[in-house]
Design a protein around this ligand. Structure first.
Ligand code: C5P
Length: 415
């Protein structure tokens, strides 16, 4: 990368929390801070108490865009970790010590930096630095593997001279390469307003089909993928309608419709379809529901009840059958066998423009986890197999293909 990041459009105007934990390499974070500020980044520095053994808070306060914060409890701002976490475009920790990585992997939030890491939905980059023996310890490597699996980005340490004169792996990567990694992560999302003027309706979560006032038939969907799709669409400038069964953080300006059953989801989607350009059916909709819902709680004393099921309306198939020209339909297929075959069959049968197929039997993809890996299929026969990535990154890849599909439609119309 060039010596200066000034003028880098991937960085200008972005908000970065710069976490500094207590390692000798903390002095290099000063240089990272300066480079980011020079590039037009709003830098909010968060230091751990141990970092103060190596660098002064005043140095960062003078160079960064706002004063250093360290305290989880602050009288001026009662809960700084949520503000920092929610407003950040990226959180970077450089250097990240073995202790910091261990706490983050274990979900321990006993200071402002570790709490901010748990409170953010932004991409996180950790830049480990420590002595070779610590770096190579299985505990550290396993913690790092856990974080990677959750979608955390890592700039690995380099080989070189370490504190005390030892030589080996564990030296913090150079400030230039860390700033470049930050730019690359932000650049993959920054400045893309390619859904401006587009209305995207996303469904999220799993439906619940009542058996009686207490019990329901449900599924494992957490809504993480659906909500990531809502956030990614909003980030890219879309007007977002989110029809959801779950309560999770939503994009600021989204129209949010809370539903529970497949029928309610069907009705909510159909009522809002008119102006919608893109529908993303990420929800796991029940295929069957009880024919009758008991008015009172079914009593155990009556013996095992006979629950008779009937099909629910297939929302995606209904949309596919009534799709107006120019509308794009994205469907999801959660499969455990022959993922490609089943997904292709569903795509054609439901008249879908892009099918996102998951092997939900894989431990690191599909329901509940933070990461996903998918087969992206379209009716022209194009197949893309993604790598394992965060659900937000997968959402962005899906919209790349949606934007392509919209461009093709526009081209066809002009012919
Ligand atoms: O056939 P299958 O349920 O696997 O299809 C999955 C896709 O169809 C998903 O996009 C899901 O949201 C949608 N679907 C639907 N209505 C149903 C069942 C599934 O819209 N009743």
């Amino acid at each position: 990368m060039s010596e200066s990041a000034a003028g880098d459009t991937r960085l200008a105007g972005r908000r970065v929390v710069l976490g500094v934990s207590g390692g000798i390499a903390a002095y290099k974070a000063v240089e990272i801070c300066r480079r980011l500020v020079d590039a037009g980044v709003h830098v909010a520095p968060v230091l751990t108490a141990d970092a103060l053994h190596f660098v002064g808070a005043t140095t960062f306060s003078a160079l960064a865009s706002e004063p250093v914060r360290m305290a989880l409890f602050d009288t001026a701002e009662p809960i700084p970790h949520t503000r920092l976490g929610q407003t950040a475009d990226l959180v970077v920790v450089a250097p990240a010590t073995a202790k910091l990585l261990g706490k983050y992997a274990a979900g321990i939030s006993d200071d402002l930096l570790s709490a901010t890491l748990l409170a953010t939905r932004a991409p996180v980059l950790v830049c480990p630095a420590m002595h070779t023996e610590m770096w190579e310890h299985p505990a550290v490597q396993e913690n790092l593997a856990t974080l990677r699996r959750r979608g955390v980005h890592v700039v690995e340490p380099e080989e070189g001279r370490l504190a005390g004169g030892d030589v080996g792996a564990g030296r913090l990567a150079s400030p230039a390469s860390i700033v470049e990694a930050i730019a690359a992560i932000l650049g993959s999302r920054a400045g893309r307003r390619d859904l401006e003027g587009v209305t995207v309706l996303v469904t999220s979560g799993g439906t619940r089909e009542a058996i009686d006032p207490v019990r329901f038939i449900g599924n494992r969907s957490s809504g993480k993928m659906g909500h990531a799709l809502a956030h990614a669409a909003a980030d890219r400038g879309a007007r977002v309608v989110l029809v959801t069964t779950v309560e999770r953080p939503v994009p600021a300006l989204a129209e949010v419709v809370k539903v529970e059953s497949a029928q309610e989801m069907h009705d909510a989607v159909m009522a809002r379809m008119g102006p919608v350009d893109v529908v993303v059916m990420a929800a796991a909709v029940a295929d069957f529901r009880p024919v009758a819902v008991a008015e009172q709680k079914i009593k155990k004393a009556g013996g095992p009840p006979r629950v008779v099921l009937e099909p629910t309306p297939d929302i995606l198939a209904a949309l596919g059958a009534s799709k107006r020209p120019g509308q794009i339909l994205v469907g999801f297929a959660a499969e455990t066998t022959d993922v490609r075959g089943h997904a292709t069959e569903k795509m054609l049968r439901k008249n879908v423009d892009l099918m996102v197929a998951n092997d939900v039997s894989a431990p690191d993809a599909g329901f509940e986890v933070e990461t996903n890996r998918a087969l992206l299929l379209d009716p022209s026969g194009r197949v893309e197999e993604t790598t394992l990535m965060s659900k937000l990154a997968l959402a962005d890849r899906i919209y790349d293909l949606v934007v392509d599909a919209r461009a093709h439609l526009a081209l066809d119309e002009r012919r």
